[in-house]
Design a binder for this molecule. Structure first.
Ligand SMILES: Cc1ncc(COP(=O)(O)O)c(C=O)c1O
Length: 389
């Protein structure tokens, strides 16, 4: 296999500019480096972008999921329906809280679930549905909400990938409750971070308490630049607040999110066009309802027969050509702990299993050029031609 001398093309790279770096410096010299004015501005910015009534910033989407599950009282005896085609954090938390994860299959081409599939999994013990907006595409959420309402079950949207996306004209996060991630590879990042959007004032108040020790008052007072002396613990909480040092990074990107997501859309369209006649990889399908896709990831499935290589061999061959790639995701039920703890959990998850063995995320980030896409596509063609020789 030839070893490339080209510069390494990572599968992603954060989109930070000189102003973002200055923003961190400004926070550092300001005298207030933890949660404060920048967090408040970030929450206001996310609320304005999504149209949500309440936005609560936290130190990760995982932390947000933890306090949300805690606030909903999820625990032993409860079942929570979620796809196995997701990041492990959600399922880990369900298990850690003593509840039972119930995996629902996804569409073979969008990797998102739907109301029909979820309905089959509902039992008397079902308390919550956590559907996932996948790779920057939005779920068709309304039928899922209608189903949940019919059964008196809560819905918490995993919108880790979906900041800025919309379904049928409604931004993800505008209604209901949705958790966005600001982790390093996300379209808008604070290095680590997350924001929970909700239209439920009580839920929002509970999340605000739980993210900061269970204190009944905010940790930051704009005028005194400190905590109100009368702040008291009203319930035991966690320490999941987002520092201003992180919030300020995401704030800058939020201001240019249209350009960030627009560049991703442009590159994704170019990929789709270039891959149209290539049979060794199969891009994901697009949802068949009106939507805005923000292309957090560009995912393809390796067609082993046409490629002449397994997914792992293909990723190695990309790496040898100085091209990074990722897997989003290896299905949760197929990972060691879950294989052993829930050996039957993969049953009936045919589309999840098929994709889990084949998916690869190709490089996609706003700093890329169409020439970089050409390079990736040429590498795919070269790798499969070489494998067949
Ligand atoms: C689908 C999904 N859910 C949740 C998370 C957790 O996000 P965070 O890393 O901010 O905790 C991720 C992170 O990549 C994710 O991809």
């Amino acid at each position: 296999m030839p070893v490339s001398t080209l510069e390494f093309l990572p599968f992603t790279r954060p989109q930070l500019d000189a102003e973002d770096i200055q923003a961190v410096v400004d926070v550092l010299v300001s005298g207030w480096i933890t949660s404060g004015a920048k967090v408040q501005q970030l929450e206001a910015g996310v609320a304005a972008l999504t149209g949500s009534q309440h936005a609560v910033a936290v130190c990760s989407a995982t932390a947000g999921m933890h306090i949300a599950l805690h606030a909903l009282g999820i625990g032993p005896g409860d079942e929570v329906i979620t796809p196995s085609m997701t990041w492990v954090s959600t399922v880990n938390l369900i298990v850690l809280l003593g509840a039972k994860p119930v995996f629902v299959d996804v569409d073979r081409d969008t990797l998102m679930t739907n109301a029909e599939r979820i309905e089959e999994k509902i039992t008397a013990a079902t308390r919550l549905i956590i559907p996932v907006h996948y790779a920057g595409a939005p779920l068709d959420i309304q039928p899922i909400r209608d189903l949940a309402e019919k059964h008196g079950i809560a819905v918490l949207e995993d919108a880790a990938h979906a900041l800025g996306s919309s379904c049928r004209g409604e931004p993800v996060g505008k209604s209901g409750s949705a958790i966005f991630s600001l982790q390093a590879i996300k379209n808008v990042t604070s290095a680590e971070g997350g924001v929970i959007c909700t239209d439920d004032a009580e839920f929002a108040a509970s999340l605000k308490r739980l993210r900061f020790h269970g204190l009944g008052q905010d940790s930051f007072d704009r005028t005194t630049q400190g905590r109100s002396p009368q702040a008291e613990v009203v319930e035991p909480g966690f320490k999941y607040n987002l520092p201003d040092m992180n919030a300020c990074l995401a704030l800058g990107q939020l201001g240019r999110i249209a350009a960030i997501n627009g560049k991703r859309q442009e590159l994704a369209s170019y990929y789709l066009q270039k891959l149209k006649n290539i049979k060794s990889v199969i891009p994901l399908g697009l949802p068949d309802y009106p939507h805005e896709h923000v292309w957090h990831l560009f995912v393809v499935r390796v067609n082993e027969e046409r490629m002449g290589l397994s997914r792992e061999q293909f990723m190695e061959a990309l790496k040898a050509r100085q091209i990074g790639s990722g897997i989003h995701f290896k299905a949760v039920h197929s990972q060691k702990y879950y294989r052993e703890a829930m050996p039957d959990a993969g049953q009936g998850l045919d589309n999840t299993v098929w994709n889990s063995d084949r998916i690869v995320s190709l490089p996609l980030f706003p700093g890329m050029t169409t020439a970089d896409v050409d390079r990736v596509v040429a590498a795919i063609e070269e790798i499969s031609a070489e494998a067949k020789r």
